[in-house]
Ligand binder design. Sequence first.
Ligand SMILES: Nc1ncnc2c1ncn2[C@@H]1O[C@H](COP(=O)(O)OP(=O)(O)OP(=O)(O)O)[C@@H](O)[C@H]1O
Ligand SMILES: [Mg+2]
Length: 358
Amino acid sequence: MMTLAPGAVIGIIGSGQLGRMLSMAAAQIGYRCFIYAPEKTGPAADVCAKWVQGDYGNAAALAAFAKSVDVVTFEFENVDPAPLRSISDNAPLYPPIDALEIGQDRIREKRFAADCGGRTADWAEVTSRADLDVAIARIGTPAILKTTRFGYDGKGQARILKPTDADAAWDALSGGAPLILEKMIRFEHEFSLICARDQQGGIAFWDAPENVHKDGILATSTLPAHAKILEQVPAARALCRRIAERLDYVGVFAVEFFASDDGPVFNEMAPRVHNSGHWTIEGALTSQFENHIRAVAGLPLASTKLAAPQVEMRNIIGADADKWLEWASDPMSHLHLYGKGASSPGRKMGHVTRLGGL
Ligand SMILES: Nc1ncnc2c1ncn2[C@@H]1O[C@H](COP(=O)(O)OP(=O)(O)OP(=O)(O)O)[C@@H](O)[C@H]1O
Ligand SMILES: [Mg+2]
C-alpha cells in the first residue's frame, strides 16, 4: 500500500466528463491529474494539469505516460486491455485490468455476475442469423438484441417484441460484431449501486438511486428510491461485495439492477465512476469522484452518508442545455455543465442536482 502525498500526479485514461469531475475532486485534495486520450481536447481539458494526446492502443505512449505519473486510473472502459499492461508495468493501475475486461463484454459480465451468485436476464450468444432464431425460440419475446461490446446510452440495441421483429433487429446490428440476446425483464423500478473499495479492502456504498431512462439514456436518479428498491438493496449489496472482493477491486464501480418481482436482477457493471452516481457530489457527504481518487491514492474512504433527505439528479441532454440559466437561478439546484460546446440530440451536456427536504 502506498499513500500519495499532496502534489502527486494521477493519470487518467479518457477525456470526458467523468475525467473532468475526477480531476476536480483530485485537485481539492491537492493532487494533479494528467489526462491521456486520443482526442485533441475534451471536457477534462479545462481542469487537468496536463493533456497527453495518444491512441488507446499505443503501448509505447501509454508506457511513457505511466512513467510520468504516480498512479493511473481510467474513466472510459472501452479500451483494448492488452496495451494497458504497458501501464501496469510502469505504474500502479487501479481498478484492475480484469475488471475492465469483464465490464466491457456483456457475456463475460453476465457469467461473472452469475459466478458471484447474482441473477441475470436469460441470455444467449448470437453470432449468426440462424443463432438468433434458436435464441428467440429458447428465450421467447419480448427480448433485446445487443452488441456484446461498445454499447452505451442504449446504442447498439434493438428490441424484439415479437418473433417477426427478428429480421429488422438483425439488419440493424449484424455488422460482424458479436451479439447477445437478452430476455426483457419486467420491472417497474430500476436502480444502481455505487460501490467504493479502498486498498485495505474497506468497502462503502452510497444510498441506492432509482434510475429512469428515456430513449435508452439515463434521465434521472432520485433518492430516496421506491420501497420496492429499498427492500432489494441488501441482496444487491451482497452481490457487489462479492464482485469487489473477487476482483480485488480498488476504486469506484457501479452495478445497474432491475427490481423485479423475484428480487434484484443484475443488468450490467461499469468499472468506473458512473452517471447514476453524479448526485453524490452535493447529495452525499463524499462524492463518488472523491472516494475514487482516495482509493487510487491509497487514502481511506470518507463517509458516503446522504447530505439531504431528498436528492434528484437530472441529466441535461441535447438542446436542454439552452435552459441552463433556469437551473442556475434555482438556489437549491447545482448546475454542472461539461464544457462540450455545441449540443446534439442525445449528447450529455451536463446535469443538475436538486436537494430537497432540508
Ligand atoms: N434485459 C432487459 N430487460 C428490460 N429492460 C432492459 C434490459 N436491458 C436493457 N434494458 C433497458 O434499457 C436500458 C439501457 O440498457 P443497458 O444498460 O444495457 O444499455 P447501455 O447502452 O449499456 O447503457 P448505459 O451504458 O448508458 O447504462 C436499461 O437501463 C433498461 O432500462
Ligand atoms: Mg446501462
